[in-house]
Design a protein around this ligand. Structure first.
Ligand code: SF4
Ligand code: SF4
Length: 158
């Protein structure tokens, strides 16, 4: 008989404790982010795939030295360049210009070797976290196109 009443007592107590917690949480601010309608701002240390940084003329800062390509242990980066002639102080000089910066993100381990080895501050980690696909090709990025697209969308939003 004693066990019967103690079961009722402890059952009712745990029910009231549970309801108390529910009641308390009911009035707290909502912390759930309604993704994809709401998104979070990534922290400064977040590592998305790498991306090119533009200069003041909105062109890639990359000077095609090739250090990132050589430093990458997974062979994710493929660079291409073209040689153009520019006139400096009346003299015609040849200059290498970036024509291709492809990233195979399927192989990237986000080790950071490419970013650390770039002495020109031309690449960084993006804040991209919205990547999902069943197709490998969707993770092959043309970073020059991406820089142009982002620059234009920033101009539109300005
Ligand atoms: S983060 Fe590492 S693996 Fe990824 S592209 Fe850079 S060097 Fe290669
Ligand atoms: S290390 Fe920097 S400057 Fe050199 S090719 Fe890579 S991104 Fe361009």
């Amino acid at each position: 008989m004693g066990g019967y009443f103690s079961d009722i007592f402890y059952g009712s107590k745990s029910l009231l404790v549970g309801l108390g917690i529910t009641f308390r949480e009911f009035f707290k601010p909502v912390v759930t982010v309604q993704y994809p309608y709401q998104t979070l701002k990534m922290s400064a240390k977040f590592r998305g795939h790498i991306e090119l940084i533009g200069d003041e003329e909105e062109k890639a800062k990359c000077v095609v030295c090739g250090m990132c390509e050589r430093a990458c242990p997974s062979g994710c980066i493929t660079l291409g360049s073209v040689s153009i002639e520019t006139e400096v102080d009346g003299k015609v000089k040849k200059k290498k210009v970036l024509s291709k910066y492809d990233l195979d993100f399927t192989k990237c381990s986000l080790c950071g070797q490419c970013v650390e080895n770039c002495s020109f501050g031309a690449i960084t980690f993006s804040k991209e976290y919205n990547l999902a696909s069943a197709r490998k090709e969707d993770f092959h990025f043309n970073l020059i196109e991406r820089l142009e697209r982002l620059t234009h969308s920033e101009e539109k939003n300005a």
